[in-house]
Design a protein around this ligand. Structure first.
Ligand SMILES: Cc1cc2nc3c(=O)[nH]c(=O)nc-3n(C[C@H](O)[C@H](O)[C@H](O)COP(=O)(O)O)c2cc1C
Ligand code: SF4
Length: 424
């Protein structure tokens, strides 16, 4: 692996990495300051970048955790016009990590996107950011203008204001919208690497993945692997919220114990009953179980969870998990792209069942569980599966509260804490 290391002057494997240049006031770091902190990206890496990324073991930071080098190879192998799409839509309401990168260190994302484009043979990069993220879009546009003025890149950048919505960031929905159609998921295959934006082979990467790639290109795979575990190397951005003293975006090594991460955020602000891990597509995990686990899918899987959107929400002990999950189920039903029957009708029925349970009214739990089974695996995209997983985990983790509700009681203090606002 050492023959692939590209920089003799790699900084020690300390944290922060991605967030090393972030200014105290959170304003966007201009290009000269960016260079002073991270150094210049290697000029003539070309396709060799893919070997570096493969050796680094970098996996996607947008949710599914797919090996980045495999995706790069898939697009590089195609002929003709190709595109790179940097996915900064961040539709997950609990996540702030992509906005933090775009708003604070936009040049790191642009470096990564330009390097990836050169490696796969694309000459156009589309940076997709949600319409609601005006500050981040402005930072990105200024950064692009700065680079264009200086003639820094071979590739062309275009910043696109994507519609808001939970499903818009799903790659086929995003590509559909970027191709002039509705922002709705399409059936796979064909994969984006085969037929993506405007029918051309397209590399879609989360903006954090691209920023990580920009560091791998500079400092090499060995440096990247100095954090994280052998199987899951590198650092990761995690958004912490709920009952923590200092909610926000934190950069830690993959495999960091969850209690260590919570300590970084100043510890818990009040007693916690459960963690929502991986966002609204994720799972509830009882606090005692979550606090024995580390930030690794291999440790979260036995708890029925995964890192997903890399968000941790700490549910205050006195807030009712059934009421909160009913609110989330309704939100997810509303966010359905409305084109598959099981998703449209199933999620609405599940949300309705949970709302009755939350009120609390007598509800047939077995019927609710039957609906979950009927929806699982039945949509064109993973949206309904995510909603089903969330609701199933709530029925399990909040089983005692479900029983209380079934007899007309609730132990919550009436607060609702999870954001479910949507622009639509
Ligand atoms: C419902 C749904 C919503 C998604 N939203 C996002 C998103 O907001 N941002 C993102 O980067 N990926 C999102 N994804 C994952 C993308 O489809 C895709 O896997 C990702 O952008 C690829 O980048 P990566 O390999 O760098 O992670 C979503 C997936 C699903 C199923
Ligand atoms: S499963 Fe739901 S969100 Fe996914 S494409 Fe079908 S209707 Fe849209």
């Amino acid at each position: 692996m050492s023959r692939l290391a590209v920089s003799e002057a790699a900084p020690r494997a300390e944290l922060p990495r991605l967030l090393a240049a972030v200014r105290a006031d959170g304003s966007a770091v201009p290009f000269d300051e960016h260079l002073a902190v991270y150094g210049a990206p290697p000029a003539r890496l070309g396709g060799r970048l893919i070997d570096l990324v493969a050796a680094s073991g970098l996996t996607g930071r947008g949710g599914a955790g797919f090996p980045t080098a495999t995706k790069l190879r898939g697009v590089a192998a195609r002929r003709g016009q190709k595109f790179v799409v940097a996915n900064g839509t961040e539709g997950e309401p609990l996540s702030r990590k992509d906005k933090a990168l775009l708003g604070c260190v936009p040049h790191l994302v642009l470096d990564g996107a330009a390097l990836a484009a050169t490696a796969v043979g694309a000459d156009e990069v589309v940076l997709a950011v949600g319409q609601g993220a005006a500050r981040e879009r402005t930072a990105l546009m200024h950064a692009v203008a700065e680079r264009t003025r200086r003639g820094l890149d071979r590739v062309r950048f275009q910043v696109a204001a994507a519609p808001e919505g939970f499903v818009v960031g799903e790659e086929t929905a995003l590509l559909s919208w970027l191709s002039g159609r509705a922002a709705k998921p399409t059936l796979v295959p064909p994969r984006p690497s085969e037929r993506g934006m405007r029918g051309r082979p397209t590399l879609v990467q989360n903006v954090e993945t691209l920023a990580q790639l920009a560091l791998v290109a500079r400092y090499g795979p060995e440096w990247f692997r100095e954090l994280g575990t052998h199987a899951k190397p590198g650092s990761v951005l995690v958004t912490l919220s709920g009952a923590v003293s200092r909610p926000g975006v934190y950069e830690v090594g993959l495999g960091t114990p969850i209690p260590e991460l919570v300590e970084l955020a100043g510890g818990t602000a009040e007693p916690v009953s459960a963690y929502l891990i991986g966002g609204y597509f994720g799972s509830w995990v009882a606090a005692a179980d979550a606090e024995r686990a580390a930030l690794l899918d291999s440790q979260l899987a036995p708890l029925g969870a995964s890192l997903g959107a890399r968000t941790l929400f700490l549910l205050p002990g006195r807030v009712c998990g059934v009421v909160e999950t009913a609110r989330l189920a309704r939100y997810l039903a509303t966010e359905s792209a409305g084109q598959c029957g099981p998703c449209v009708h199933g999620l609405a029925a599940i949300a309705g069942g949970l709302e009755r349970l939350a009120r609390p009214e007598r509800v047939d739990r077995a019927r609710l569980e039957r609906w979950l089974e009927q929806v699982r695996g039945r949509g064109a995209c993973r949206h309904p599966d995510g909603a089903v997983r969330l609701v199933a985990s709530a029925l399990d983790v909040f089983a005692r509260e479900v029983e209380l509700h079934a007899v007309g009681r609730c132990s919550g203090d009436g607060r609702v804490v999870l954001p479910t606002g949507t622009a639509r």
